[in-house]
Design a protein around this ligand. Structure first.
Ligand code: ZN
Length: 243
């Protein structure tokens, strides 16, 4: 997609998991020059960052930036503090009132805020985030109402918004089931073997493999099973360069 001969730029939040990877693929398919943004926030599933780097490269991101923002400074989540990640929960997604301990306080508000600053810097008025409101973990900052409110704020609180450029937050997966996300990824040619979707991966000898038991692993497995697609990740060993 071009605008007066200029490629439109977008900032894409990229964790390295399946959802953000399909979100990046959607941004690229829509013709955006994608600036991928990941966070090293002290998460226990930091192996995802290496997956994010692979995905950014494979999907032709113009740039991949990793911002260090250590949320362990205040913890408060099973992903950033010494709190056990829930395992083998069945039917948890049906209980919409319960927000799991893997919720990271205000994470998407924090991430989108940084993404907005990056977007203004590179002249991008489009942001992509792979939130999903169907098969999701009950996080309030994945809801469409939150995204709409953030978009409204983004148009009020930025130079580009004040000068008349409309800031848009794209959520291409918002209304998709996990099965549909897998199918969409397959249609877009995503190599899911590059991704890592696990809150608590097992790392050994510099390699990470999904635990297979956390909510993220279970939702992913359910999505692949429903789509009738074999998940290439469990049988793969994923390199992690970090000590
Ligand atoms: Zn897991």
């Amino acid at each position: 997609m071009t605008e007066v001969g200029r490629t439109r730029r977008a900032v894409v939040l990229l964790s390295g998991g399946m959802d953000s990877t399909v979100s990046l693929a959607e941004a690229r398919a829509a013709g955006f020059d994608a600036h991928a943004l990941s966070f090293d926030y002290g998460q226990r599933h930091r192996a995802e960052l290496d997956a994010a780097a692979r995905v950014a490269k494979a999907l032709g991101a113009a740039r991949h930036v990793i911002v260090r923002l250590d949320l362990r400074a205040f913890g408060g989540s099973a992903l950033t503090a010494d709190i056990a990640v829930p395992k083998d929960r069945i039917g948890h997604e049906a209980s919409a009132t319960e927000i799991p301990v893997t919720y990271v306080p205000a994470r998407n508000t924090i991430f989108l805020s940084v993404a907005l600053g990056y977007a203004e810097t590179v002249g991008a008025s489009d942001l992509f985030i792979g939130v999903n409101a169907i098969d999701y973990s009950g996080y309030p900052d994945c809801r469409p109402e939150f995204i709409e409110a953030f978009e409204h704020m983004a148009n009020l609180g930025t130079k580009m918004g004040a000068e008349g450029t409309r800031v848009r937050i794209h959520t291409p997966l918002a209304r998709l089931s996990k099965r549909e996300i897998v199918e969409r990824g397959v249609a877009l040619g995503v190599d899911f073997g590059l991704t890592l979707t696990c809150y608590d991966p097992i790392t050994r000898d510099g390699h990470a493999t999904p635990c297979g038991h956390c909510d993220a692993c279970i939702l992913r497995a359910q999505g692949f099973a429903a789509a009738g697609v074999a998940d290439p990740t469990p049988s793969r060993r994923i390199d992690i360069p970090r000590p």
